[in-house]
Design a protein around this ligand. Structure first.
Ligand SMILES: Cc1cc2nc3c(=O)[nH]c(=O)nc-3n(C[C@H](O)[C@H](O)[C@H](O)COP(=O)(O)OP(=O)(O)OC[C@H]3O[C@@H](n4cnc5c(N)ncnc54)[C@H](O)[C@@H]3O)c2cc1C
Length: 416
């Protein structure tokens, strides 16, 4: 019989757990992954709804997601699984921002200077704002919210409406009045002001479980690992007795069941995705289109991305009035906004609203100052909410998984 003492267990097959499992398997460690749900992916997974396969929510990656992109290559995800576009924010009402194809920071600065709808003074203030951030190495006062930061630098007018606010809500999933200015600055540092390709938009062309978690499971299985879905872990102590080390890669609200002493009192922010199925001929002018005037923030053309022709995914990130609406009312509002933006649309054949009420923890100043210290020997924590630097995203999840695996691989310290 195999000696389980040498195995490492990973609880949770989301992006964090699978990043940990792949890192361990690559080092020759036998891994057992235990996942409560029916498919791997966690908050970024394929779901089945009324006989249709959908993602639980539209996701975007950016070129700065270095760890996720590295692991996707390692587990042999084909490059065509992502549509790579140079950063371009296009709105239905004509606003457009495009980072120019120049080395950083010239691409961004050029983009700001050429953005439409801005006055000359606003362009100049925006360039000075980026200059201020660069000069300070993207360090800002820890106590500031994103709104404070934008107000201080006169960035809350048109440019705030079309560029900074949508970037904050999309990247931090938290409204600017609550979001941490430092985490926002970290995102700008790594994306807009990073390497030329770091700000590229990467839009999935396959479902979110196929994008990384399932190829990662296959990679682990080929190296003698085991993936068990439908396996809810209730007893961490029993796991510790069985395995050499345990990586706990569950969502923050699921931590209470396993590690109540670490489960902080997190605040959460929602993300709603409304799928609208139109006749196959309906297309958006751009695969990702901004709608700046109503509830919908971004609309994605799934026909152009995944071949699901006529299907539009409308995304509403962070808290807002839309949470008061019934699902059919919300779907009707999304259809009206889209029809207005595109100058008319037929009625959708069907619609489906997916409300992820705890999509991520709120990325506030208080949240990022929480110091999660694992005190149980042989137990390591991973998950998007544990990253000290990055907002809760796929990249934060993957980074945390790699880090937890490296800690589990390190030989135990011996007291001198
Ligand atoms: C709708 C939506 C849109 C988003 N959009 C973006 C985006 O555009 N870009 C981006 O970068 N990020 C986005 N995110 C955030 C991103 O999805 C998350 O940051 C990431 O998926 C978190 O991964 P994780 O592995 O840390 O946690 P999770 O994905 O929550 O994984 C935890 C896993 O653990 C399992 N589990 C829990 N308890 C147990 C137990 N006791 N036993 C066994 N298994 C257990 C769960 O079933 C789950 O599969 C979005 C999130 C949502 C919900």
């Amino acid at each position: 019989m195999e000696n389980l003492d040498q195995r490492v267990a990973v609880i949770g097959a989301g992006y964090a757990g699978m990043a940990a499992a792949v890192t361990l398997a690559q080092e020759g460690v036998r891994v057992t992954v235990l996942e409560a749900g029916p498919v791997p992916g966690g908050r970024a997974r394929r779901i089945s709804s009324e006989g249709r396969e959908l993602d639980n929510g539209q996701h975007i990656l950016i070129g700065a997601y270095g760890e996720l992109l590295r692991l996707m290559r390692l587990v042999a995800v084909p490059a065509q699984a992502l549509l790579r576009l140079p950063l371009e924010l296009r709105y239905a009402d004509g606003f457009a921002f495009r980072s120019l194809w120049l080395p950083a920071p010239l691409g961004l600065l050029g983009g700001l200077l050429f953005a439409s709808k801005l006055t000359l003074a606003e362009r100049w203030d925006a360039v000075r704002f980026m200059g201020f951030l660069q000069k300070n190495d993207f360090h800002v006062e820890q106590t500031l919210t994103v709104l404070d930061l934008l107000q201080r630098h006169r960035q809350n007018g048109t440019i705030g409406h079309y560029l900074w606010r949508p970037l904050c809500v999309s990247a931090l999933n938290t409204p600017p009045e609550l979001a941490s200015a430092q985490v926002f600055a970290n995102v700008l540092r790594d994306s807009l002001a990073g390497e030329r390709e770091a700000s590229d938009l990467l839009l999935p062309r396959v479902d979110l479980s196929r994008l990384f978690p399932e190829p990662a499971c296959e990679f682990v299985a080929r190296r003698g690992g085991e993936i068990r879905t439908g396996a809810l872990v209730r007893d961490l102590a029993a796991m510790r007795r069985k395995f050499r080390a345990v990586i706990v890669a569950v969502g923050p609200h699921q931590l209470k069941a396993l590690l109540p002493e670490l489960a902080g009192n997190y605040q959460y922010q929602p993300i709603y995705t409304c799928y609208l199925q139109y006749p196959a001929s309906v297309r958006l002018p751009f695969p990702m289109l901004g709608l700046a005037e109503g509830l919908v923030q971004w609309a994605f053309d799934r026909g152009a991305l995944t071949g699901e022709r006529g299907r539009i995914a409308c995304v509403i990130s962070a808290q807002g009035d839309h949470q008061q609406l019934q699902r059919d009312e919300l779907a009707a509002a999304c259809h009206r906004e889209l029809a207005r933006a595109l100058g008319g649309l037929p009625d959708p054949e069907w619609s489906c609203v997916i409300a992820e009420k705890r999509a991520t923890v709120a990325c506030t100043r208080e949240m990022k100052s929480l110091n999660l210290r694992m005190k149980i020997e042989g137990v390591y924590l991973a998950g998007d909410y544990t990253d000290p630097d990055y907002p809760p995203t796929l990249e934060a999840a993957v980074r945390s998984g790699v880090r937890a695996a490296q800690l589990a691989l390190a030989p135990p310290c011996t007291a001198s």
